[in-house]
Design a binder for this molecule. Structure first.
Ligand SMILES: [Zn+2]
Length: 121
C-alpha cells in the first residue's frame, strides 16, 4: 500500500514517513529538504544583515564561524566572504574603500556574491 506525499506527489512505503509526516502527508525526504531550504533562506538573510550593520560584532563573527560549516555551499561561501571582510574592516564606514585599496580580490568576491549592491559605485 504505502502513503502519499503531498510535496513530491509520490506514493511511498510507510517507513518513508515519520509519525508527524504521516499525518501531514509529507515524506521524510521532503520534510528534510524543505527544512533545509527554509533554513538556508533565513541564514542568507542573516548574513546579508551582518553586512548592513554599522559594525560586525564579535558575536556575529562566532555566528559566521558556525555558518561557514553549513552543508549548503552558498551559505558557507557567503559566511566565509563576510568573515574575511570582518577581518579587514569590521566597521561598515569606509569598508569599501579599505577593500578597494588593499583587498581587491575580496571586494570582487563581495560584489559577485551580491553582498553589496552596485549602487555603491
Ligand atoms: Zn515527498
Amino acid at each position: 500500500m504505502g502513503h502519499w506525499c503531498r510535496i513530491c506527489g509520490c506514493n511511498k512505503p510507510n517507513e518513508k514517513f515519520s509519525g508527524k509526516g504521516h499525518r501531514n502527508h509529507v515524506c521524510k525526504h521532503c520534510a528534510k529538504t524543505s527544512k533545509e531550504l527554509i533554513e538556508a533562506i533565513d541564514q542568507e538573510a542573516e548574513i546579508f544583515g551582518f553586512m548592513e550593520q554599522s559594525n560586525i560584532s564579535r558575536k556575529n563573527i562566532s555566528r559566521l564561524n558556525q555558518l561557514i560549516q553549513s552543508e549548503n555551499p552558498r551559505i558557507s561561501e557567503l559566511a566565509s566572504i563576510v568573515l574575511e571582510v570582518a577581518k579587514v574592516k569590521r566597521h561598515k564606514k569606509r569598508r569599501l574603500q579599505a577593500l578597494a585599496k588593499d583587498h581587491i580580490d575580496l571586494l570582487l568576491k563581495v560584489k559577485e556574491s551580491g553582498l553589496i549592491d552596485a549602487d555603491y559605485y
